[in-house]
Design a binder for this molecule. Sequence first.
Ligand code: GLU
Length: 466
Amino acid sequence: MASAPRVRFAPSPTGFLHVGGARTALFNWLFARHEGGVFVLRIEDTDRERSQAELTQAILDGLEWLGVTWDEGPHHQADGVERHRADVQRLLESGAAYRCFCTPEQVDEMRAQAHEQGRAAAYDGRCREIPADEVERRAKDEPFTVRFRMPEGETVWDDVVGGSTRFKNSDIEDFIVLRTDGTPTYNLAVVSDDLEMKISHVIRGADHVSNTPKQIQIYRALGAAPPVFSHVPLIMGPDGKRLSKRHGSTAVGEYRTAGFLSSGMNNFLALLGWSPGDDTEFMNVDELVERFTLDRINVKSAIFDHEKLEWLNGQHIANTPSPRLTELVKPILIAAGVTTEEELKKRSEWFDSVLDLVKTRARTLNELCERVRPFFSRDLEFDPAAVKKHWKHPEEVIDRLSQLLSELSKNEAWSEEGLEAQLRALAELMGVGAGKLIHPLRVAITGSAVSPGIFEVMIVMGRELV
Ligand code: GLU
């Protein structure tokens, strides 16, 4: 039996967890959970100047919020630099890599020329065949880089998502694996680390496809078998361009602040480029784990549809048990001054019934907070459109509602049937449709023209507040 797969998420610390990164992390995690494998977290922080501890922390916070937990790590790529250099040394010794003494100016010139001639590979290989003794001598006092010697032929792999993928090696230049300052480049470090961490499956964004032939060649030169590659399609905005800040928030943390649930976010991210094979959309994390397989990742790029995210999140809010939902919305309610910790504690059962009533209509926790507000306070924000529509003639409306309230105040039991019967009887007496009382009443007590059944609302709101 094949051993359990080992996968990794390897973000560069750029300050926040991007939607695309979160999706990559989630796919790796779902695959590991589904297969009983191991999910490794590795921070690719070799670029020390940009990689600060806070930036890394922002990524960890985002993953933690999503519930994407790691079994190993976080490892730090920077800690492996000695091993990276040792691997470069092995490449040098076998002749799979060589020292290059070209100056940046010379390389720039080659690049310009290749550009002119329409060639992909810029470096012309001029240091490939320098005799060993000359290399020894020059290396003592000349700066050098180490370049990988691309072999002839083609590099082909069977991508789980993209199928058979091939590159002509002549299109790939002898790329640098070790810089002049002795630091390893991404392609070298990533292979060295994936080998060290025994990664069996690399699942990452399709923007890495062009790195893959280089990495496969490094694996081979180090005498190792490459892992299985799955390149996940890129995420596009609704205009078909690659998702960016122009399209709105791209940081996972911003969605958290905007009142999205991590379960809604996970569900949405999972469907960005993957599908369960039927038209199921609403799935909690356990279902995602159960159904996630790599062969169901689409080749086509995925469109980030904000409406769909809101819709899915609304489904998750509606399906969250009210006591749990209370915990999630509590900080927002308190920050918005709607209620206090003590009051929520004192009236927790009552508050569950408020949430039971309103949770099917809110797409975010922030919206939920606004739907809850009328149950606590008379200090409402009235929706101007609702007021305009149902309070067009305020005097008439006030007159009718005053009569209604004095009638309802006789209802000792404050029961749903009783309230409805009284309202309908009064409307008949007034010679108007029941809607002429119901709609203005709804605006008066909820601030909005839409709410759950008005009699249910009144029951839960209680006689005094109504
Ligand atoms: N650190 C790379 C990035 O953030 C990922 C490397 C990889 O997955 O191979 O894009």
